[in-house]
Ligand binder design. Sequence first.
Ligand SMILES: Nc1ncnc2c1ncn2[C@@H]1O[C@H](COP(=O)(O)OP(=O)(O)OP(=O)(O)O)[C@@H](O)[C@H]1O
Length: 238
Amino acid sequence: MTTLLTVANLTYKRNLKTILEDLNLTLEPNQIVGLLGANGAGKTTLMRLIAGAATSYHGTIRLGDQGTPAERKAIVSFSEQVAGVNDNRRLVNIADFYDHVYPDFDMANFRKLATDLGLGLDQRFNQLSRGNHQKFVVAIALSRHAKLYLLDEPFNGIDSMSRKKIVSSIIEWKPEMATILVSDHHVTDIANILDAVAVVKDHTIVDQKKADEIRENNGQSIEDYYESFYAEGETDND
Ligand SMILES: Nc1ncnc2c1ncn2[C@@H]1O[C@H](COP(=O)(O)OP(=O)(O)OP(=O)(O)O)[C@@H](O)[C@H]1O
């Protein structure tokens, strides 16, 4: 088995609080993987660490041959906040900024992707609806030619039509051999497109399985598999 990403024995603390503890995750190339967990479970923190946006951790994070946060930053496309809420630049100008910062940003792809998603390039960022905001974030992230894409809750608080459009873009725009890790609270939006699932709970990854394995060996839907880790009413949160 080829490995794209190895996270081993990862522990991360902030302000005396343990946010991630002894976490292990392995990703293969050419996969769409769901990172599932309740609010506050640590999904965003894990993505920030993988992307090189957060440092000072214990353990190993290795993407191909790249081990340092700066090296990973160059080849991981992370859908972190693309602009401040009050940013009134037009979308095309924000994309221009990304084009200058990231050598692997593809402006032509961005224009096609944004158009596919129904975004007007002259729209102003601070006037976007929530759904269009999420679409823009996904369009920016998928416009880089990266090895690993981290999409942090792209379906958060948006309507089903917008969700469907984002799911289609994920399928259509994933470069061959690249892997996309998508975080979500509930798996319904993306269950059909997942190759594998990793469940975050109690500051760590409690299980990671291939989607086929869940369906065939466990005889479960991915939704049931995920829900089995969270008893009714139980949440991680802070
Ligand atoms: N700088 C910080 N100092 C202390 N605690 C923090 C800090 N950043 C995050 N946390 C805590 O770490 C935990 C994990 O947060 P994180 O945002 O990674 O979770 P999440 O799974 O992405 O949640 P959500 O689904 O709500 O976005 C939370 O309890 C959060 O309060």
